[in-house]
Design a protein around this ligand. Sequence first.
Ligand SMILES: [Zn+2]
Length: 301
Amino acid sequence: MIRIPKIVYEKFLRFALENANPLDSRDWKECIGLVLGRIKEEEILVTDIVPIGSGTAVFVDIADYEKVFSLISPSRIDHGEVIVGWAHTHPGLGLFLSGTDIHTQQMYQQMHPKAFALVLDPTKISPEFSGFNIFRLDEFGSNPTTVDYSFDEHCDFFTIRETLISELYLVPPVLKPPAIISESEVLWNGIRIILSGDKESLINQFFQVKLVVDLPFRQFIRIEYQTETDNVTDNPFTRKLLYQKILYHETITSGTLGIFSFRPTNIGTVHFRINNIFLTDYRQSLQKMPDLQFKTEVQGK
Ligand SMILES: [Zn+2]
């Protein structure tokens, strides 16, 4: 088992996002870092990920490694920290080891058989998934297999990423009007839309809309819906939420069907609509629901 502190994850994710602005995918760069840690029998405790470079080619030539190792202070090595692997990013590309990555990983595993490769794709992050996998090669130095890992504390990975994006890229708004936002809901036959946002929310901060189902008893349902918003920012994360169609097919009494977040672009009204909701019960009879709309005012003084 590999254990990773939340703070180390945040540090490497920050490095990844600095080189892959999620609001603009034209100039994404891959990043690479060395993973330090302590090995205790079957467990590896990661202590740090030291950034060593970024660029379109993430392969770091073996010749560079002497230089790289000199970045790690001797006192750290005295405290039992060793290089336990390497980490790099595949922004928007998915989680796998490329041919070049396998070659690099062979070298690490020759140095230490437990050395691993961590691959992070920040676009894969969800509230429950960190966006990375850890790999090792089999005894023949070829097939990569994933290795289990855990965190030292509970992490809401999506919130961590969104907070870092806000810190790194969102310019504070020129206008700072207090927005009139309160937790509100719209109800229709067990389907609720809940809007949550800070009462002090400003332009360009996130709002969250949650679509929740609450049924009087456990039953089989199938839900199909589409959403639309306007007056929200044009960025890769919100854009794909402008129009979404999800099939939800389960026996439940309650649950969250979807979470949408967006930022208002200006003072005005944000519209969030859920259209064409269908719900079927266990008899497969189809009920069409009316459009559910949510409208919120973002106002100046
Ligand atoms: Zn790679």
